[in-house]
Design a protein around this ligand. Structure first.
Ligand code: PHE
Ligand code: ZN
Length: 882
């Protein structure tokens, strides 16, 4: 098994690399790489230590030290390392030639070919698959890259930084030289060579720099790159206005590739993207795709400061760049779209992905203390909870102090490889506050629970809120394992009058609407309260906690109707629905069971809500109509979970809402229909109207599958957007029969040349909550458009089944577990990173009821006991069983 790396063992590198000159001769199977490294002993390192360079599956062709061949016994070389036993104790130059095979690189780390295009992926430790190197983020160098290739195969040659030279080599080859003046760690290195189409624009920075922005895509798809191109320019402008950050090179290139392990990568000046997050046209992309493209373009661009100019000292600090950059992209999307609607989307993701992670065997702190395989720590906890910590910091310090802290962080850490401590020090200095207790958010795993109860004293005219926080004890490899300490929890709150309207009560402990809970228990007293109010707590989801707050149904209805905070209005509807779902799932009520008064109360509240304001903010209304997901219900139930009972509970509530609200939903659909021939716009308002129409369709179809099918078929015929077409197909996919199969077949035929659209078709079928789905998925794995070698295909078909189809993944007979384990093992030899991610589907195995639990465990054991597992899969499997 891979050894453990610990934060506590961090030591500076014994050697530093100041300059790197790379010369790459691109060849499909024999690419030659010559690296000229200007090294020197690190004053902070151990004098005289051997120089150990990292490698991974490398073949050494030649090596020279200061221009001379190395003597016998001077070096030791394996595919994984190159050791120079007695390096000079002064600056010296190593010239290293290696050979790699991009076509055989199915891990998609290092240099590989995607659809004939040469590209690289170096984070976290892929650069060592290109040349021997000190492959750690605190070794930062200035790179010059010369790329040479066949003109016919690789007319486009891109590197980091600015282009400095290009020319011919013989009759058929050419080269380009790129220079990046900003010192960077190896994980930010990139190159691209291929036949690519290009769209471009210009941006003048606030510092007066003229930047050429270009997006490169598969030839013929240039018109699908315009939205991404525009998103780059909007991101640049936003970061100048919001954080005072300007771009710092003459070119900014984005390249879309079709085989990519993750979403995208922030290589300096040369962002490489999964094409799913670049290509968009009304006919092929949904509103969600447009929103994702905008957010991910922004995310990678924002890394230029939060990640590249200031990078991470070591991989334990991953949240320093990722949490902060997610926070920045969330703010961007909120400003470009609707802030409350976006906040709800963020929280839904957090609850669906991060909360389960924090509650399962893979739980780890936002800054882990140990890891075996760093690739497995690109998690919802590091990214999404990491972003919540930055958000809490802003809430605690206020926006102005927060901005000054950010400025100080960028100013003091520019050009360095920093730590979480450096980040917090900037805010402590700017605010004069001690952030030591706050920093526990980075160290303690698990989702805190805050229990709250309120009491009104009419005689004293006081209203008292009692808070109690508790943290689960999480003892894993990645945690330090000490008893949890109280966290600093910002509670944004307000009081709402029962008949509506805010209550103007005061408390010394509330500043700018924020109460700070920093001890295990605390009470908050409001004075001059004329009547018992309804507390609105954690407005805007001001902390990533679970709230236990025993409000009555009427109190929740008051919040839904009258809260000044849109997030909490949505939350009130969610909580009302969750109560119904939990009751029904616990009682294992049959589908047709009589609806209780709670469900009826929810229906009538939603009716009032829809009548009053659905048309004023359709995007928000669509979210209010969407019930908590099955996974979220499972998290609430916590143990002995029966996924079928949860599905039935949710289905019956959808049926009831559809019945009770049917006529309203139908007239909303009419009112929101886009006029025939109206031009398409992906903007948030238009997307919101489509979202509400489709949420209405979903509920109508739940109550009346026949009517729903008819509506969906009509919508499929006339839809002008992929959003509407896919929503109709999703509705049809839930009703077994001829109509469904015919519609699916037609869709596949229409889009047979569009892999990204077929991904939606795969995903939709993999998520059908029916017994036959497993066989369907097996069949689709043999479809000509499917390939285990392409991560997008695996994610859309298999991961949709394993991660997003709870009833079928958790089939009582264990066949869902078996299929997942089988694919994990088949994939592991090709692409361990994607295999390991798929295996995280087992994260919830301990929560399910006994029979399923035993079957899940035995599938996991089968994985763990397979010889020759990758470090990635063995790490996830091992921790899942621990
Ligand atoms: N750093 C990338 C991002 O979040 C994610 C990534 C990690 C991509 C590892 C590839 C490999 O922006
Ligand atoms: Zn990132």
């Amino acid at each position: 098994m891979q050894p453990i790396t610990r934060l506590a063992d961090y030591r500076p590198s014994d050697y530093l690399i100041d300059r790197v000159d790379l010369d790459l001769r691109l060849h499909p199977t024999e690419t030659r790489v010559t690296a000229t490294l200007a090294l020197r002993p690190n004053p902070a390192g151990e004098p005289g230590a051997p120089l150990v360079l990292d490698g991974d599956e490398l073949t050494l062709l030649a090596i020279a030290l200061d221009g001379q061949p190395t003597g016998p016994g001077a070096i030791d070389v394996t595919p994984r390392s190159l050791t120079l036993h007695q390096p000079p104790q002064r600056p010296f130059v190593l010239e290293i030639a290696t050979q790699v095979n991009p076509s055989a690189n199915t891990k998609l780390m290092g240099l590989y070919r995607s659809n004939g295009v040469y590209c690289t992926q170096c984070e976290a430790d892929g650069f060592r698959r290109i040349t021997y190197f000190l492959d750690r983020p605190d070794v930062m160098a200035v790179y010059t890259t010369r790329i040479e290739g066949e003109r016919a195969d690789t007319p486009v040659l891109l590197g980091n930084g600015n282009p400095v030279e290009q020319g011919e080599v013989g009759l058929t080859r050419h080269y380009a030289v790129w220079h990046d003046p900003h010192p960077k760690p190896a994980y930010l290195f990139a190159l691209v060579g291929g036949r690519l189409g290009r769209v471009a624009s210009r941006f003048t920075t606030m510092e007066g720099r003229e930047v050429e922005i270009a997006v490169y895509v598969e030839p013929g798809k240039e018109d699908r790159a315009d939205f991404a191109l525009d998103a780059v320019a909007r991101s640049m402008l936003w970061d100048e206005r919001t954080f005072g950050r300007a771009y710092d090179l003459d070119v900014f290139n984005v390249v879309a590739v079709s085989d990519f392990n993750m979403g995208a990568m922030e290589n300096k000046g040369l962002n490489i993207f999964n094409d799913k997050y670049v290509l968009a046209s009304p006919d092929t992309a949904t509103d969600a795709d447009y929103a994702n493209i905008e957010a991910i373009i922004a995310h990678e661009y924002f890394h230029n400061w939060s990640g590249n100019r200031v990078t991470c000292r070591d991989w334990f600090q991953l949240c320093l760049k990722e949490g902060l950059t997610v926070f920045r992209d969330q703010e961007f999307s909120s400003d470009e779209r609707s802030r409350p609607v976006h906040r709800i989307a963020e929280v839904r993701t957090l609850r669906a992905r991060q909360f389960p992670e924090d509650a399962g065997p893979l739980a780890h702190p936002v800054r882990p203390q140990a890891y075996r395989e760093i690739n497995n720590f690109y998690t919802a906890t590091v990214y999404e909870k990491g972003a919540e910590i930055v958000r809490m910091l802003r809430t605690l310090l206020g926006p102005e102090t927060f901005r000054r802290g950010m400025d100080r962080y960028f100013a003091t850490c520019d050009g360095t490889a920093a730590t979480v401590e450096d980040f917090l020090a900037a805010f402590a200095a700017e605010s004069g506050r001690d952030l030591a207790a706050f920093s526990r958010w980075y160290e303690q795993a698990g989702t805190p629970t805050v229990a709250v109860s309120g009491t009104y004293d009419p005689a004293a005219r006081t209203y008292t809120l009692a808070f109690r926080q508790s943290l689960p004890v999480v003892a894993t490899e990645a945690t330090a394992g000490s008893a949890p300490q109280p966290l600093v929890i910002p509670v944004v709150l307000g009081l709402v009058a029962r008949e509506g309207g805010p209550v103007a009560a005061t408390s010394e402990r509330v500043r700018d609407g924020v109460f700070v809970l920093e001890t295990a228990e605390d009470t908050l007293v409001f004075h001059e309260v004329a009547a018992a109010p309804v507390p609105s707590l954690f407005r805007g989801f001001s902390a990533p906690v679970k709230v236990e707050h025993a409000l009555t149904r009427d109190e929740r209805l008051t919040l839904l109707a009258h809260d000044g905070d849109a997030f909490n209005r949505w939350q009130a509807a969610q909580s009302l629905a969750m109560e119904v779902l939990v009751d029904r799932a616990t009682a294992d009520a049959p589908l047709e069971a009589e609806a209780g008064p709670e469900a009826a109360g929810l229906s009538s509240a939603l009716a009032t809500f829809l009548d009053g304001e659905a048309l004023a903010d359709p995007a928000f209304a669509a979210l209010v109509l969407t019930l908590p997901g099955e996974q979220e219900v499972a998290q609430t139930l916590r143990s002995e979970v029966d996924p079928d009972a949860i599905w039935r509970a949710r289905q019956s509530l959808r049926m009831q809402l559809g019945r009770d609200l049917g006529p309203r939903l139908l007239s909303l659909r009419e009112a929101l229909a886009a006029p025939a021939g109206a031009p398409f716009s992906p903007d948030a308002a238009s997307a919101g109207r489509r979202a509400l129409r489709n949420a209405a369709l979903d509920l109508v179809a739940a109550a009346d599958p026949q009517a729903g099918t008819a509506l969906a078929l009509a919508q499929l015929e006339t839809a002008a957007t992929m959003t509407d077409r896919l929503a109709a197909l999703a509705t049809l996919s839930l009703v077994p029969g001829e109509a469904r199969e015919a519609a699916l077949a037609r869709f596949a035929d229409t889009y047979r040349h569009e892999p990204l659209v077929l991904d939606k078709w795969f995903a939709l079928q993999a998520m059908i909550p029916e017994d036959g789905t497993l066989e369907r998925v097996r069949g689709l794995m043999r479809h000509p458009a499917f390939s285990l070698g392409n991560p997008n295909r695996v994610r859309s078909l298999v991961a949709s089944f394993s991660l997003n189809n709870p009833t079928q993944f958790h089939r009582p007979d264990g066949a869902g577990y078996d299929l997942t384990a089988e694919v994990v093992l088949a994939l592991d030899g090709k692409n361990p990173q994607v295999a390991a991610r798929l295996l995280t589907a087992f994260n919830t195995w301990r929560m399910v009821e006994g029979g399923r639990r035993r079957r899940a465990e035995s599938a996991l054991r089968r994985v763990v006991e397979t010889p020759g597992l990758s470090p990635d899969v063995s790490d996830i499997a091992g921790r899942s069983l621990a």
